[in-house]
Design a protein around this ligand. Sequence first.
Ligand SMILES: [Zn+2]
Length: 69
Amino acid sequence: MVRALTGSSAGKAYRCPGCDQEIRPGTPHVVTWPAYARDSDLEPWDVESAADWRRHWHTTCWRSRDRRR
Ligand SMILES: [Zn+2]
């Protein structure tokens, strides 16, 4: 799952796993998490479990992630 954030509401900095740089507060970016729990393809995430797996990416890093590997 991918959701775009404008960053306007978040007053927190995140580390982007794509470039290992900080995403400054207020920077538009995307947040991603697995659509399904790893151990079971049948069970969708409940909200609290998904929070542990959320990752914040720069929008550009997310778009270019396939080229990095
Ligand atoms: Zn990045």
